[in-house]
Write a protein that binds this ligand. Structure first.
Ligand code: C2E
Ligand code: CA
Ligand code: CA
Length: 781
């Protein structure tokens, strides 16, 4: 039920009526004044009850107590009027005073319940408020309190009752000051309420001072002051922010400690000032004034000591926190060496098959090429690819696929022995660095690989295609050699399997790929290449945090060209630079559009930059120009780079540093795969790490799988870096990541990359509708 309209109308009517009554009050005939006054009180009480009903605050206690307090006070007014009508005048003290005084304890209860709802009692705030209140009491001694104590001619009971008024007001002041130094969130309702209380204390005090010198006239401006207090009470309850009255404000702790301490000097000197004034002044003062000043001074002393003890305790807590933090940091740095070793091993070795990794393989081919140029034997390289692996994976599942790859890996190792280096390049691709003649091992190897594999009762007949090449021209490089082996492998595959040796004539196959290259160049031009956006979410709540832009090549607007194939080609050909520019522009433009369409969203956008893109001089200025052009803050953009980019090039480091200085976030992608040294993390400007998908995939596959991600969490904490997990596909993976300390992540569980049009609803839902929590992406269990 939304009551926005009606409530607003009621509020307007309320303000008009009460304000008109307050203005009319001083000028209406005296006998109507008390009726008018009581009428306003009734309206205010009704307004508070209406506010409670219309806004339904979760914590209605303070408001109910306020209404109760004002009702008691109203009862006092009515009793006073009747008493005066019947008896001619009202004696002091009388039961009417009992009603008036009862208003205060109810108000204290109200403020107490508000403070209690704000959380842990804040001792420091109480001490500060007390110091100020004692200061105020000291200042009010002469004009307000002393006259009551000394010059009163009534009975001790009458004096006590008379004293209760200023004392209760001081109590009220104490609570109001406590509210002001506290941490409530400041909203219109809160301000009106505090304004009413401050005014109440002020008007009461002025009243007391006028009474002391006998100058108070009923029906005068002071009464209007009280009406104003009532007006504010009612308005506070009618304002919609009344539901947030007991919300805590987020403020960094200790932000205003210095100013608060300095300000305490003012009230702390008040008793001394009072003593001086009494001694140096001309007037006669009762000795009780000195007793009061000395008492106030002693109390202040106690409070100041308490404040000091509090400060010491806070300092102790902080130093304990600091120590824990630095311990964690040390532990993280200690872990670093161990993790570095583990990661290096991981980089050198393919975790699935235990064969050499692509990195190690390329490294070894490099070495062999150099040895050959120095007069050694010409190295041969073979590429091997499983036929139809995808359909095995799809029909029998990943486990069957993994099993097959492991089995083939161990057959290759067994067959080729320690002489040749066998590597798994990724997916179903293997490579061999052959020592000596390949022909002598070829047939035996293929025969071994073609032996059936049995997996859970089924028999699979693996078929492979293999291409081999031997270095010939001394000018050719490692990558030439690898490409030739690749081309030969393609030729074998096209011929239906078996093995082929590379020949220059095979470039027909290459031409096929070249053709793709031309198509790609055209696609980048004509808009067939566009980013799609994968959601990045808060792992524990599912709240949308932003997107990663991923390049997609669509033909005929529908069918997609598999991205890995063409992105590798784009990288190889240098077209990736244009792709990255295009994606950057489109993604930043899309973010700007979403910010316009859905005001108040704080979504981020991540784009991927190839090393080649970062080698373009002036690319950082281009990025900033795109941001400025779209009026998007740099802090909303993340540029994701891979580790290789950092290590290679000083210039690239410099460009990243400039981007970062301008506020762009730098993310290190595929973290943990291209490892060289964790020390790079210190030297290069990185804001967060993106745990490589392979770690996420491994989570839950035995206890060892957690150790590296866990240590990476430690390192990231130690170096104050953010963390993002990727490739989250299952709820188990998500839960484990959350346990390990990851807060942000992405993956098919939360959504694949999609066209912007298909994401509009999610973007809209990411903004909290006023009053409710932000909506979250639904995850099916
Ligand atoms: P990346 O930056 O690591 O991107 C994440 C890749 O993982 C994307 O593949 C994405 O579709 C895929 N992915 C996301 N969630 C899951 C999941 O839960 N499970 C699995 N199995 N995969 C998931 P995509 O789009 O094929 O991109 C592959 C790589 O291509 C990217 O890896 C990135 O390095 C590169 N790339 C993509 N777009 C661009 C671009 O615009 N510029 C550059 N330079 N590189 C790009
Ligand atoms: Ca990425
Ligand atoms: Ca990645």
């Amino acid at each position: 039920m939304t009551l926005g309209g009606p409530v607003r109308a009621v509020t307007a009517a309320y303000c008009a009526v009460v304000a008109a009554a307050s203005l009319a009050y001083p000028v209406v005939p005296e006998r109507f004044q008390s009726w008018l006054y009581s009428g306003v009180s009734v309206v205010v009480i009704l307004a508070i009850l209406h506010g409670i009903r219309a806004h339904r605050p979760a914590n209605r206690l303070p408001w109910s107590l306020l209404a109760a307090g004002l009702t008691i006070s109203l009862a006092g007014d009515i009793a006073f009027d009747i008493y005066a009508d019947v008896a001619g005048s009202v004696p002091f003290p009388s039961f009417v005073d009992g009603l008036y005084l009862a208003f205060y304890p109810v108000l204290f209860l109200m403020l107490g319940s508000m403070l209690a709802a704000l959380g842990r009692p804040d001792r420091t705030a109480w001490v500060d408020a007390s110091i100020w209140t004692i200061g105020a009491a000291t200042l009010l001694w002469e004009p307000l309190i002393e006259p009551v104590v000394v010059r009163s001619d009534g009975s001790p009971f009458a004096v006590t009752v008379a004293l209760l008024y200023p004392l209760l007001d001081l109590g009220l002041l104490l609570m109001v000051l406590r509210m002001l130094v506290g941490r409530a969130s400041v909203n219109p309702s809160y301000l009106l309420l505090v304004g009413a209380l401050v005014t109440l204390v002020g008007v009461d005090t002025a009243y007391g001072m006028q009474e002391a010198i006998g100058s108070y006239v009923p029906g005068g401006p002071l009464d209007v002051g009280w009406l104003l207090v009532d007006l504010m009470f009612g308005a506070a309850a009618l304002h919609p922010s009344m539901t947030r009255l007991t919300e805590r404000m987020q403020r960094p702790p200790g932000s205003s400690t210095h100013r608060r301490l300095q300000a305490l000097l003012i009230p702390a000197f008040a008793p001394a000032a009072l003593l001086l004034h009494q001694h140096l002044g001309n007037e006669e003062h009762a000795p009780v004034g000195e007793v009061f000043a000395v008492g106030a001074m002693s109390l202040l002393l106690v409070l100041v000591v308490a404040r000091g003890v509090g400060l010491l305790r806070i300092a102790e807590q902080r130093s304990v926190q600091l120590r824990d933090h630095s311990r964690a940091l040390e532990a993280a740095l200690g872990d670093r060496e161990r993790v570095a070793a583990q990661l290096r091993e991981r980089v050198d070795q393919d975790p699935l098959t235990g064969l050499a990794s692509r990195t190690r393989f390329v490294d070894r081919v490099d070495t062999a090429m150099r040895a050959w140029r120095d007069g050694g034997a010409a190295p041969s390289v073979a590429f091997l690819d499983l036929d139809d692996f995808k359909s095995i994976n799809d029909s029998l599942g990943h486990e069957a696929g993994d099993f097959l790859l492991r089995e083939l890996g161990s057959r290759m190792r067994d067959h080729l022995g320690g002489r040749h280096l066998v590597a798994r390049l990724g997916g179903d691709e293997f490579a061999i660095l052959v020592v000596g003649s390949f022909e002598s091992v070829a047939e035996g190897l293929l025969a071994a690989l073609h032996e059936p594999v049995s997996f859970s009762g089924r028999s699979l007949r693996p078929q492979v295609s293999l291409g081999v090449t031997t270095a010939e021209s001394r000018r050719s490089s490692t990558s030439d050699l690898l490409r030739e082996a690749d081309v030969a492998m393609y030729a074998a595959k096209r011929a239906g399997g078996g093995w082929r040796r590379y020949q220059p004539g095979m470039s027909a196959v290459l031409m096929e790929r070249l053709d793709v290259r031309n198509q790609l160049a055209a696609a980048v031009q004509d808009g067939s290449v566009q980013p799609w956006y994968q959601p990045v979410v808060d792992l524990s709540t599912g709240t949308l945090r932003g997107f990663e832009a991923l390049a997609r090549w669509t033909t005929d607007g529908a069918s997609m060209v598999p991205s890995l194939n063409w992105l590798a080609l784009a990288e190889e050909s240098g077209l990736i630079v244009d792709v990255d520019r295009l994606v950057l522009r489109a993604a930043v433009g899309q973010l700007a559009a979403w910010r316009r369409e859905v005001p108040g969203n704080t979504l981020h956008m991540a784009v991927n930059f190839s090393g080649r893109t970062l080698q373009q001089p002036g690319i950082e200025d281009e990025v900033l120009a795109v941001l400025v052009g779209a009026a998007v803050s740099a802090a909303l953009l993340t540029v994701e780079v891979t580790e290789g980019v950092l290590i290679d090039d000083e210039e690239v480091g410099l460009r990243l540093r400039r981007l970062r200085a301008a506020g762009v976030v730098i993310g290190l992608d595929d973290f943990g795969t291209g490892w060289s040294s964790l020390n790079y993390l210190r030297r290069f400007p990185v804001d967060h790490l993106k745990l490589d998908r392979s770690f996420t995939e491994d989570l839950g596959r035995g206890p060892a799988a957690d150790t590296i991600p866990a240590a990476i969490v430690q390192i990231a904490r130690g170096l104050s870096l953010g963390l993002v997990a990727e490739g989250v596909e299952t709820l188990d993976q998500r839960d484990r990541l959350v346990e390990l300390g990851f807060r942000t992540g992405q993956g098919y569980l939360f959504g694949r990359a999609q066209r912007p049009a298909d994401l509009a609803a999610q973007v809209r839902a990411s903004v909290a509708p006023t009053g409710g929590p932000p909506r979250v992406l639904r995850v099916a269990r």
